[in-house]
Design a protein around this ligand. Structure first.
Ligand code: NDP
Ligand code: HSE
Length: 429
């Protein structure tokens, strides 16, 4: 092997950093054979040196800034996390030194991706962020390369392993939200602050990145509307089952003549659509292109080994020289696109109401829907409890979001309604 090794420095040795060190160690021969050169670890940083990792002979730093500034590497792998702070600092240091960066940090790419791409263009460095979206699924490469011959109209999917694990496990086991979230954290799926997962922020970061690549526009996190899964109850999950749906947290980016829409929301997905069957920590991403039609990619969306697989894919690209502009084209060629008007989005809906079981309730609810021209599809009410509240579940046909919200406001104002309506979109795909 005549080529010099690719010199790698890793900042962050937690779930993903640990998995990456292990993969580089376990697959060293395979990687060298495929790259035509060795991938050599020349430095690592974490607050505490993890004794279980194969880091013998690798210089260790407790200060990642020191690693980024002083170590002689070709590529810095940033696996600390956080949109700004030390992660951003070490990445900028590496890029300013003209050294490439590989990162799994979607928060940083969503907030600072364009700024970092500009530094990389100026200094001749490259940035790989395959691991930032979809865990082990090669979606960044697919958008940048495999689908490059298409105008994409849509990219959507299940983009957060923690939420999918929670929703699937709650359905399968009947366990409660907090208990399953704690398990997802123990398995290494969740963000350092898990509210990023359950409030949809992590999905929004990923969706903003995907929309940029799919529609050749600058990353626009502010344009993403975001709703998480906190309000999805075990009762909603049971009703979804009964109605022939699975509840999934979706990120959906679409481009129409009205503009670009980027939205994160929990949705009822029909069992006939493949995303309904994507369970546990798995992610799946659907794209629609004008020549290729629909593609679906599925795989493990979080965890040490799948994410390490994506980090190393970027390292292999750097080792072999398969590199290009960060977002597929130079930053100057990313074109901002108008956002579609809010409220114009059309969808069918599931509505769960907790009502006082008394005469005339249904008539009042039906009148609120009629007044906003929302057409009811079906209604379920079981049991009688004159003293207490009972759930009433309805589905309505596709309607404009603004009309649905007006109808819900009318319903919430009725004296017989015990708590605000629970609304979940039904995704008809
Ligand atoms: P962890 O919390 O498991 O690991 C973070 C690592 O960073 C730890 O090794 C920690 O050191 C180290 N660290 C923290 N502060 C410093 C510092 N000041 N200097 C040096 N090292 C520091 O996070 P994950 O591995 O889960 O996530 C890392 C990144 O990967 C994040 O951006 C995350 O969003 C992303 N990601 C995570 C996935 C997952 O499944 N977990 C999947 C895809 C992306 P110490 O251990 O000593 O405290
Ligand atoms: N916390 C993230 C998730 C990690 O659960 O999907 C993978 O990006």
């Amino acid at each position: 092997m005549s080529k010099s090794p690719l010199k790698i420095a890793i900042a962050g040795l937690g779930t993903v950093g640990g998995g990456t060190v292990q993969l580089l160690h376990d697959q060293a021969e395979l990687l060298a054979a495929r790259a035509g050169r060795t991938l050599a670890l020349v430095g690592a940083a974490a607050l505490v040196r993890p004794p279980e990792l194969p880091l013998d002979g690798v210089p260790f730093f407790t200060d990642a800034r020191e690693l980024a500034k002083t170590c002689d590497y070709d590529v810095l792998v940033e696996l600390i996390g956080g949109a700004g702070g030390i992660a951003l600092e070490v990445v900028k240091t590496a890029l300013e030194r003209g050294r490439s960066v590989v990162t799994a940090n979607k928060a940083m790419i969503a907030h600072h991706g364009v700024e970092l791409a500009l530094i990389a263009e100026r200094t001749g460095a490259n940035i790989g962020f395959e691991a930032s979206v979809g865990g082990g699924i090669p979606i960044i490469k697919s958008l940048r390369e495999g689908l490059a011959g298409n105008r994409l109209s849509k990219v959507m999917g299940i983009l957060n392993g923690t939420c999918n694990y929670i929703l699937t496990t709650m359905r399968d086991s009947g366990r409660d939200f907090a208990d399953v979230l704690a398990e997802a954290q123990a398995l290494g799926y969740a963000e350092a602050d898990p509210t990023f997962d359950i409030d949809g922020i992590d999905t929004a970061h990923k969706l903003a990145i995907l929309a940029s690549l799919a529609f050749t526009m600058p990353v626009d996190l502010d344009a993403v509307s975001c709703e998480g899964i906190r309000h999805v109850s075990a009762l909603d999950i049971r009703y979804a089952d009964e109605l022939g749906y699975r509840i999934k947290l979706l990120g959906v980016a679409s481009r129409t003549e009205a503009g670009v829409e980027t939205r994160v929301y929990p949705a009822m997905v029909p069992l006939s659509f493949p995303l309904a069957h994507v369970g546990g920590p798995f992610n799946a991403i659907v794209t629609e292109g004008d020549f290729v039609g629909r593609t679906v990619l599925e795989g493990r969306g979080a965890g040490a080994r799948p994410t390490a697989s994506a980090v190393v894919a970027d390292l292999m690209d750097l080792a072999t020289g398969r590199v290009g502009p960060t977002f597929g084209v130079p930053v100057a060629d990313l074109t901002p696109l108008p956002a579609a008007a809010t409220g114009s989005h059309r969808s069918a809906y599931y509505i769960r109401l907790m009502v006082k079981d008394e005469p005339g309730v249904f008539a009042d609810i039906a009148a609120a829907l009629r007044d906003e021209k929302v057409s009811m599809e079906q209604i379920i009410q079981r049991g009688r409890a004159p003293e207490e509240t009972v759930p009433v579940v309805m589905t309505v046909h596709e309607t404009e979001e603004a009309a649905m919200l007006r109808a819900v406001a009318r319903i919430n104002a009725l004296a017989s309604i015990a708590e605000p309506a629970h609304l979940i979109r039904i995704e008809n795909l």
